[in-house]
Design a binder for this molecule. Structure first.
Ligand SMILES: [Zn+2]
Length: 370
């Protein structure tokens, strides 16, 4: 049982940017966590993949970050959790004597370096359970199958498309994945649901409207579904949008607290499934937003008729940069229907300025509205 010491969040000052270079992370691990870390294997392009063991408790948890390279929030969350607990020695002692956490940092370092979802060979590691086409995924699979873990955390990020209720962004979403097409609520799933319900309760005072759960459709070749099927309760975390925070600094903070609360719940539940039904209090994620919608735009070539134009930012790391940049891409033209924009611009009475006649789908925004 972990006592109720307050958790005070501290961001790890070595990682101020959303982008994390695998080389910078490696140096940090070698300098600060070397005694607890091992190299479990190498990526397609030969980068080492590290597993770090935190704590020596009896409850064993396996977690991994950045199996999708362009999702750094969970890597930050682990670095921030470690930093935060350094400044809370009583809590740290209590915490790490209850839990043993094996954390695989950056399962996909090639994708992380290039800020892409997929690995060096364009394989989605989260769909590689049966084919085992990648070098990276089988490393995780064999650790999970042989490590006698009690729980697993499958740590991801989602795009800005999702809200919890049509108004608030889904800053954190969770899932207790199904283990069959019937989506049966098995004991294994109940264990995961109980942990998610506890995280929801713990964060409710801070972000009551920014947490959701994912649809539990069964994905036969994805990681969480298969680990659950194997009897390992697996909790999917998805960090998402927070208002006006594309660098996800707020998400990073709440992700860290959710990681702490998830581990604390595991220690305190001790294998029980208390209040698992409260999982269903979380609203389901809704895919209903774009980053920007320009409403009622009159194109010079279209007399008095109006259209909506939706923009979605594309994230990329440019050569020589240490932070990602955001490129506005046109993703919808015409009627944006019931979709909303995190930023809505009413263009009545405004002028459309462009060298071209109309905006082009899937291309960079080629106009200004003034
Ligand atoms: Zn992901």
């Amino acid at each position: 049982m972990i006592s109720d010491f307050p958790f005070i969040y501290t961001a790890n000052p070595n990682f101020p940017n959303r982008y994390i270079s695998p080389h910078v992370l490696e140096k940090f691990i070698q300098t600060n966590l070397n005694d607890y870390s091992t190299i479990i294997g190498y990526s397609t392009f030969g980068k080492p993949i590290y597993k770090t063991r935190f704590g020596n408790g009896t409850i064993k948890v396996l977690a991994w970050s950045q199996m999708h390279g362009n999702e750094s929030n969970a890597t930050h969350a682990m670095l921030d959790l470690w930093e935060s607990l350094k400044t809370n020695p009583d809590l740290a002692n209590d915490f790490w004597s209850a839990i043993q956490l094996d954390f695989i940092f950056m399962l996909n370092p090639d994708g992380s370096e290039a800020w892409t979802r997929r690995n060096g060979l364009n394989i989605d590691l989260n769909r590689d359970y049966h084919m085992r086409s990648s070098k990276e995924f089988p490393l995780l699979q064999s650790i999970a199958e042989n490590g006698h873990y009690d729980y697993a955390f499958n740590l991801h990020e989602q795009r800005t498309l999702f809200s919890t209720d049509g108004i608030h962004p889904a800053t954190l979403s969770f899932l207790a994945p199904a283990e069959n097409v019937e989506r049966e609520v098995t004991e294994t799933r109940k264990k995961a649901m109980a942990v998610i319900a506890a995280i929801h309760t713990a964060l409710y005072t801070e972000i009551p409207h920014n947490m959701a759960r994912y649809n539990d459709e069964f994905y036969p070749n994805s990681t969480g579904d298969n680990f659950t099927k194997m009897g390992l309760p697996t909790i999917l975390y998805e960090g998402g949008h927070f208002p006006e925070d594309y660098l996800r600094r707020n998400t990073r903070k709440y992700y860290t607290i959710a990681l702490f609360e998830g581990l604390k719940a595991i220690a305190n539940l001790n294998g029980k499934t208390s209040r698992w039904e409260n999982y269903f209090d979380l609203p389901e994620n809704k895919e209903d937003h774009f980053d920007i919608i320009y409403r009622n735009v009159t194109l010079p070539s279209n007399d008095t008729r109006t259209i909506d134009i939706a923009i979605q930012y594309k994230e990329q790391i440019l050569p020589g940069y240490e932070e990602i940049t955001f490129q506005p891409i046109v993703v919808e033209v015409g009627d944006c229907g019931k979709k909303k924009g995190w930023k809505e611009v009413d263009c009545v009475g405004k002028k459309y300025l462009s060298k071209e006649l109309f905006p082009k789908i899937d291309e960079v925004q080629n106009f200004e509205i003034i």
